[in-house]
Write a protein that binds this ligand. Structure first.
Ligand SMILES: CC(C)(COP(=O)(O)OP(=O)(O)OC[C@H]1O[C@@H](n2cnc3c(N)ncnc32)[C@H](O)[C@@H]1OP(=O)(O)O)[C@@H](O)C(=O)NCCC(=O)NCCS
Length: 217
């Protein structure tokens, strides 16, 4: 934990990062190979909170439950009753600490984030398989496109999303100097800050053509 604290302190002094944003259509997912029955993806429920907290460790049971909503779900791959992998998926917005902003998607799109495979299950293709299964589930719900954002230096994640047929759409660059965040966004990316509601934080809209505007949702 101390390491994390020092890392965050350094990050607050000066850092330059690139997020690679990728997307794929969900339409083909129904035709792609499926994992065997023992490794199927399952949408977690409030009752899974304690198991999630134990296996993944990033949330308490309470914060896990609080994050679930009609538009934000958590999916998991389990093996012998243990969670090997978890990914969050939203059809609205997800808070992204690095960007100090919500990352949002428009109608018909979804965004997958905070994906995590247990250290002892990595390299078995669990994440790409989970992503394909997420696409299949979203396709059945009428969602057409799934977005993901990966830090440019996260080679394992880039390899995994590549195997799951995601293609690069654009890059978001951000830098921080003495706590001040500077964002460098492509022209197509719109940002806004909701006039009402809480928290009043910047929203970054993922879109290929900038067609999403404030007030559309
Ligand atoms: C990124 C992550 C989710 C990938 O999950 P995964 O289920 O291991 O995915 P894959 O099995 O497809 O492995 C992806 C790549 O990880 C690397 N890898 C393989 N074995 C590994 C191991 N034992 N440990 C770490 N990385 C390994 C390989 O480069 C592999 O690609 P390759 O098979 O084409 O060589 C996982 O590494 C992880 O949880 N990392 C920490 C959290 C994170 O970075 N999340 C992603 C945020 S976008």
């Amino acid at each position: 934990m101390l390491g994390v604290g020092i890392g965050r302190a350094r990050e607050a002094i000066a850092s330059h990062e690139t997020l690679i944003v990728l997307a794929r259509s969900t339409a083909e997912a129904g035709r792609e190979a499926r994992p065997d029955e023992t490794m199927r993806l399952r949408q977690l429920a409030r009752a899974d909170a304690a198991r999630y907290a134990r296996s993944i460790g990033t949330d308490s049971p309470r914060t896990f439950r609080d994050r679930l909503s009609d538009s934000t779900h958590c999916y998991a791959v389990e093996e012998a009753g243990r969670i090997l992998h978890a990914s969050w998926v939203t059809t609205s917005c997800a808070w992204t600490r690095e960007l100090r902003s919500f990352v949002c998607v428009g109608r018909g799109d979804a965004y997958v984030y905070e994906s995590f495979t247990s250290a002892d299950a990595r390299g078995r293709g669990v994440y790409p398989s989970a992503l394909r299964e997420v696409c299949r589930a979203l396709d059945e719900r009428g969602v057409k496109q799934l977005w993901v954002a990966v830090e440019a230096h996260n080679e394992p994640s880039l390899r995994a999303v590549g195997k799951a047929s995601f293609e690069r759409a654009f890059e978001l660059r951000y830098s921080r100097r003495l706590g001040r965040l500077a964002l460098e966004l492509p022209d197509a990316i719109k940002t806004d800050t909701p006039a009402t509601g809480r928290p009043k934080k910047r929203r970054i809209w993922l879109s290929r053509d900038g067609a999403i505007h404030q007030g559309e949702r």
